[in-house]
Unconditional design. Structure first.
Length: 372
């Protein structure tokens, strides 16, 4: 698809669940320089009606009318916010209609689905980007830059925890058929962070999963997972994700000369605090919360308008999905699993920083937060 320069990219948001309502829809106000919300897709008529009025969107479609939307000429791109297992079909249909695709993480739940999405967009010359908002977020990109410049020496160890108590027992994050569980939902953040902070791809994975025997929330998906990734030059990344503990979203990188800690590293509703320790001296820096979703909209629209290949690319999403599935295999077999990753030449860097002001919490319709 060829898009004329100097125009706004017209989006349909597909799926009106929690993340779409609290983060994606309100982000268009801060991305209005090159992005426009023109259509909504949902199976819930009440959501369509109320959110259509709230955001002044008149083009409202059910999933059965999705093909018609793609052929209507109303949109240039879709932002897919549906359950993980639905990403492939929606993305492939969009690409085949010449529509660009921005999709929430994970890219999909299987390598085959990821490759099908990549093939569809490559064959139609449409853009495909996985919505890794932290690739445009100042604190994470500053961490990458400091490590790359050798501030803490050679990075050797990555440690991270990303946890929260999931309170909505009907939430899709607890359903295996929709790609639920903490590994696909929040484990991707830890995996992706270890990769962009080390600037390399892991070679091996060892993991175990666990669930409280008396907690019926976790009869079908894991409560928690503990993972070790071995990178080139014998670097090690460890992380734990959980839906059954107090909230945490931090990472630490230990180098040969110092360490770097980022608190609230994966959050979009909280300020972040970075502490860099070298020779027993701490340097603390605060990063105020920003609209991370507006940033990725602005970036993706710019890629479409200027015909640039996005970073994070579909390969970025594919590599993380390969790792998640290797984690499951390791946990099931109790063995180390070797990884064969697609090589990457372009990674997230400080020049990608995009700052947009935070917005107020919007009104929501027929959705519950997965946690308090």
């Amino acid at each position: 698809m060829k898009t004329k320069p100097n125009k706004k990219i017209r989006y349909a948001v597909v799926g009106l669940g929690h993340i779409a309502q609290v983060a994606v829809l309100p982000a268009f106000k801060n991305a209005k320089s090159n992005s426009e919300l023109v259509a909504l897709v949902s199976g819930d008529k009440k959501k369509l009606t109320k959110l259509g009025k709230q955001y002044k969107v008149t083009n409202l479609f059910s999933y059965k009318d999705y093909d018609g939307l793609l052929q209507s000429g109303l949109i240039d791109a879709v932002y897919i916010c549906t359950p993980n297992t639905e990403h492939r079909d929606l993305a492939v249909k969009a690409a085949q209609s010449g529509i660009h695709v921005l999709v929430e993480k994970p890219l999909a739940t299987t390598e085959a689905d990821c490759l099908a999405m990549i093939k569809a967009t490559e064959s139609t010359k449409t853009k495909l980007m996985v919505a890794y908002r932290l690739h445009f977020e100042k604190a994470n990109l500053t961490a990458i830059d400091l490590i790359k410049k050798g501030k803490i020496g050679e990075p050797r160890i990555f440690n991270s925890t990303f946890t929260y108590q999931i309170t909505d027992r009907e939430n899709i994050r607890l359903m295996p058929e929709t790609g639920g569980g903490p590994l696909f939902d929040i484990g991707t953040y830890c995996i992706n962070a270890s990769r962009y902070l080390f600037g390399e791809e892991p070679e091996e994975v060892f993991a175990m999963t666990a669930s409280h025997p008396q907690d019926d929330r976790f009869k079908e998906v894991e409560e928690m997972a503990a993972v070790t990734l071995r990178f080139p030059k014998q670097k090690i990344a460890n992380f734990i994700v959980s839906f059954g503990t107090e909230a945490s979203a931090n990472f630490d990188v230990f180098g040969t000369k110092g360490c770097l800690c980022l608190e609230n590293a994966y959050e979009y509703k909280e300020d972040m605090t970075m502490t860099v320790t070298v020779k027993d001296k701490d340097k603390v820096r605060e990063f105020k919360k920003k609209d991370q979703f507006a940033a990725e909209l602005v970036y993706f629209s710019d890629c479409v308008l200027k015909n640039k290949n996005p970073e994070p690319s579909a390969t970025e999403g594919l590599n993380d999905v390969k790792i998640v599935n290797a984690i499951f295999k390791s946990a099931q077999t109790g063995r180390v699993v070797s990884l064969k990753q697609t090589r990457k030449t372009i990674r997230a860097h400080k020049g990608q920083t995009i700052n947009r002001p935070a917005h107020r919490k919007p009104k929501t319709v027929h959705v519950e937060s997965p946690h308090n």
